[in-house]
Design a binder for this molecule. Structure first.
Ligand code: C5P
Length: 312
């Protein structure tokens, strides 16, 4: 007997938050090609809005100011998340998935990962409700997140967390206060595998930074709640590799710091640069000056920590 179809399908929505790495320590490449990380993630207020409605047909839509270049097809990682949940619930994967993109794409802010985390949550709620199934347990949802990508588990969790392994083994960290960021995005993206590969190359030539796997100083700064203390210890092992591939980022970092930021770093594998600022006025000034001086850049002001993927 075939399953009776759900009489009406409800629209579910979730916020999908971006992240910044306050510390990104990169160890040696592993046998599986991934690098062992010691990273500190902070979720940011800036978020995409992801919606899912069960239907017999399948549609993937991408809208919003950062929609350009994001696949509006079942190739999108967020659709893969719907498939994984449907598979666990022994249902066919169909439905209407919509992403309103406010997070810059291919920029080192985990926008695609965040959408996938939100889609896991949405598909789990929608499908278990529509078909009266036991939802996938939270622990299992985190396993599915890790299967989707290294940053997906953190974007599901949110807040501030230490990430080990390839970034998927998470421990929440204590963090006081609210941190203000000027985020500068770039018209031209940078491929994550290429940046990791470049770091291996630099290290083999004796030039890349040695692995910074100690996150103690960042942990202490976050407990102080003082952005100046945090600025003094922020670090990214991928930065020399990103700068070597994209020398234009060096000027962006210099302009932002000259405009008053406490510190600027390449966010994740870049090319987005994140500037920690003392207050919102300074952050707005950093955005204005960097964008005026560097072609192809856009900016936004946001704060952290924020939550992980959240149903609204
Ligand atoms: O897991 P994700 O799909 O985000 O990773 C994209 C690519 O980034 C990987 O294929 C790998 O080349 C690189 N990567 C890595 N080490 C990590 C995370 C990502 O080398 N810990």
């Amino acid at each position: 007997m075939t399953q009776p179809l759900a009489p009406s399908s409800q629209l579910w929505q979730a916020r999908a938050h971006a992240k910044v790495n306050l510390h990104l320590g990169v160890g040696e490449a592993r046998e599986d090609g991934f690098h062992e990380l010691a990273t500190v993630f902070q979720a940011l207020d800036v978020h995409d809005v992801v919606s899912y409605r069960w239907s017999e047909d399948t549609t993937v839509e991408v809208t919003g100011r950062h929609a350009k270049g994001v696949p509006a097809t079942t190739d999108n990682l967020a659709w893969r998340a719907v498939e994984l949940v449907a598979q666990r619930l022994m249902l066919p994967a169909t439905g209407i998935l919509t992403m309103e993109k406010n997070i810059p794409a291919a920029g080192g802010m985990a926008g695609g990962s965040a959408d996938a985390a939100a889609a896991l949550l949405l598909a789990n709620h929608a499908l278990s409700t529509e078909f009266s199934r036991e939802p996938v347990a939270e622990e299992k949802l985190f396993e599915l997140a890790a299967e989707l990508g290294s940053d997906v588990p953190f974007t599901l969790l949110g807040g501030t967390a230490l990430g080990r392994g390839r970034g998927e083994l998470l421990t929440s960290m204590l963090s006081r206060g609210r941190y203000i960021w000027a985020i500068i995005t770039n018209a031209e993206g940078l491929s994550t595998p290429t940046v990791f590969h470049k770091l291996d190359e630099l290290r083999a030539a004796g030039r890349g930074s040695s692995p910074h796997l100690d996150t103690e100083a960042v942990g202490q700064a976050l407990i102080s709640g003082n952005p100046r203390e945090l600025a003094a210890v922020m670090h990214n092992d991928l930065q020399p590799a990103a700068l070597s591939l994209r020398p234009d980022l060096r000027k962006i970092l210099e302009t932002g710091e000259a405009a008053g930021a406490l510190k600027g770093i390449v966010s994740g594998s870049g090319p987005t640069c994140a500037f920690l600022c003392e207050d919102e006025e300074t952050a707005a000034e950093v955005v204005a000056q960097v964008c005026a001086d560097n072609r192809g850049t856009r900016g936004l002001v946001t704060t952290g920590p924020a939550s992980g993927a959240t149903l609204v």
